[in-house]
Write a protein that binds this ligand. Structure first.
Ligand code: GLC
Ligand code: CA
Length: 533
């Protein structure tokens, strides 16, 4: 990545949309591209200047679009290619960027490539997937059960790292690499500004027993995709699964010509022992992860991705914050802990109004293929009540319930008389955009002020980070400095604290409660940002 690009991307804030759940424009209960288009001003006013759209390509939707049946066509429920053109135009005319979600590790078994491939060993698509006469290793699917499926048509086993209908592509076949290159080019030609790349570190396999560690050709394949001159200017963020800084450097160092940045998931374990089991963490644990990764990425001159939510994660405020009486305070406090650090902030739909996790009483109310697989597994040893507790805690549906725009029956996501594809959020009547904006304690307005501050001060985008709080402190203080401009961000944790800063500051311009001075007593979850004199 070029230096100037690094600089440009550091000024971005990306708003992530799960199109299925964002806004339905035609009353069929499913969010769509016209729905997204109708909310572009809402996103722009928040202060984001890019949108990452989860997969919107043709798909039978076993994994809501992460099972692609045609990468160069739009999912029927989401609209048409002309809607996509209109969306790109709508973004660009507002000075905003579009990031698409590329899924190169697997296709839907409905994809033409798979349908041809399964026909036998002597067709042009025969080697597009991994076929074996015998199951070659002990791999299990990320969604539970064996990762190998027998296909009676071909009379062989194929690999599916995720659902049975998501067959892993064989990247060792140069024809597959070519296909993916032309898909990237197709979207770049259409004006797409970048990609979020699904499970990027899975595309090269080692086929050893145990975990599929990074395969031997991973870096060659990534470079084949994005290291080419035609597309080297695009923003690329990979979904990685490594917490090893050396691996991350290999993916993201500018001279490597691979990715602009990688999602590092270490801190996303905050508040949970595993996906479905809570753990007694706190804001302190989150701070320690943030500090560690900020330091490591800085030391290695990497562009860092700043995020605490996405479509796969139950909301952070419900894990380590207070999603009841101090919901506003903890949502805004966590926002300041993360979004004023150095890197590219990502905001997931609903995060900007402090949407917490949801709760449902019946397994029938869930859709997420992953949680349903785990439910079946837990049912073997746990009571129904215990199972539901786990599923409610960890289900990806927490983040996938229709966006709550108002307090009406279907939360303003779709018409009141239709059934949305997934139930409205269980707290949508109380927590929604309309209520938030009408409240004195508006999470949206806090985000708006925070992003405005960030966007209008180079020190908060490009400035160096220094951490002033000590590991034993029950708060987080960091500064951002560039030239003679210096800012301080103070985020208190769960208990009241007296905080004396070692320098004089102006009156805080950003605060979640009323504050006249940066030093002094801080209420639980109180935060502020101020210019250092
Ligand atoms: C990624 C996506 C997730 C999807 C999986 C399989 O982890 O974020 O939603 O189910 O890949 O494509
Ligand atoms: Ca629709």
């Amino acid at each position: 990545m070029l230096r100037e690009q690094y600089r440009e991307f550091t000024g971005w804030t990306i708003y992530q949309i799960y199109p299925r759940s964002f806004k339905d424009s035609n009353g069929d209960g499913i969010g769509d591209l016209q729905g997204v288009i109708s909310k572009l001003d809402y996103i722009k006013e928040l202060g984001a200047n890019a949108v990452w759209l989860c997969p919107c390509f043709k798909s039978p939707n076993d994994d809501n679009g992460y099972d692609v049946a045609d990468y160069c066509d739009i999912m029927d429920e989401f609209g048409t290619m002309s809607d996509m053109d209109e969306l790109i135009e709508g973004l660009h005319s507002r000075g905003m960027k579009l990031i698409l979600d590329l899924v190169p590790n697997h296709t839907s078994t409905d994809h033409k490539w798979f349908q041809e491939s399964r026909k036998g060993k002597d067709n042009p698509y025969s080697d597009y997937y991994y076929w074996f006469d015998e199951i070659p290793n002990d791999w299990v699917s990320n969604f539970g059960g064996s990762a190998w499926q027998y296909d009676p048509v071909r009379g062989q086993y194929y690999l599916h790292s995720f659902a049975v209908s998501q067959a892993d592509l064989n990247w060792d076949n140069p024809a597959v690499v070519k296909e993916m290159q032309s898909i990237v080019d197709f979207w770049a030609d259409k004006g797409c500004d970048g990609f979020r790349i699904d499970v990027i570190d899975g595309i090269s396999k080692n086929f050893r027993n145990g975990k599929n560690d990074l395969g031997p050709h991973l870096h060659d394949y990534i470079r084949a995709l994005f290291g080419r001159e035609k597309v080297a200017h695009l923003f690329t963020v990979g979904e990685g699964h490594t917490n090893d800084i050396e691996d991350i450097v290999l993916h993201c160092a500018s001279e490597r010509n691979e990715l602009s940045t990688l999602f590092i998931f270490d801190h996303m374990e905050c508040g949970r022992a595993d996906k479905f089991t809570p753990k007694d963490d706190s804001l302190k644990s989150l701070r320690d992860y943030l500090v560690y990764w900020q330091t490591e990425t800085d030391k290695n001159d990497l562009l860092h991705s700043l995020f605490i939510e996405n479509h796969d994660q139950p909301q952070m405020i419900s894990r380590i914050g207070n999603d009841q009486e101090l919901r506003y305070e903890s949502a805004t406090d966590i926002a300041a802990m993360v979004c004023l650090l150095k890197g590219v902030p990502f905001i997931y739909q609903g995060q900007e109004i402090g949407m917490p996790a949801a709760h449902y009483d019946s397994i029938d109310d869930f859709d997420d293929v992953e949680c349903l697989g785990y439910y079946r597994k837990y049912k073997k040893t746990l009571s129904e009540e215990e199972c539901l507790e786990k599923i409610n805690f960890g289900s990806r549906d927490n983040a996938r319930h229709p966006m709550a725009w108002d307090g009406s029956r279907n939360s303003g996501f779709t018409d009141e008389n239709v059934s949305p594809w997934l139930l409205p959020h269980s707290r949508a009547a109380e927590i929604n955009v309309e209520n938030d904006l009408a409240s004195e304690k508006s999470v949206y307005r806090f985000y708006q002020n925070m992003l405005h501050l960030r966007n209008s001060n180079q020190a908060l985008q490009y400035g160096d980070v220094a951490v002033l709080s000590k590991p034993e402190d029950d708060f987080f203080i960091y500064t951002r400095s560039l030239g003679d401009s210096k800012w301080v961000v103070i985020c208190n944790f769960e208990t009241e604290q007296n905080i004396e800063l070692p320098f004089e500051c102006e009156v805080p311009v950003l605060a979640n409660l009323n504050r006249q001075a940066a030093s002094g007593s801080y209420a639980p979850y109180e935060c502020a940002a101020a210019k250092v004199k």
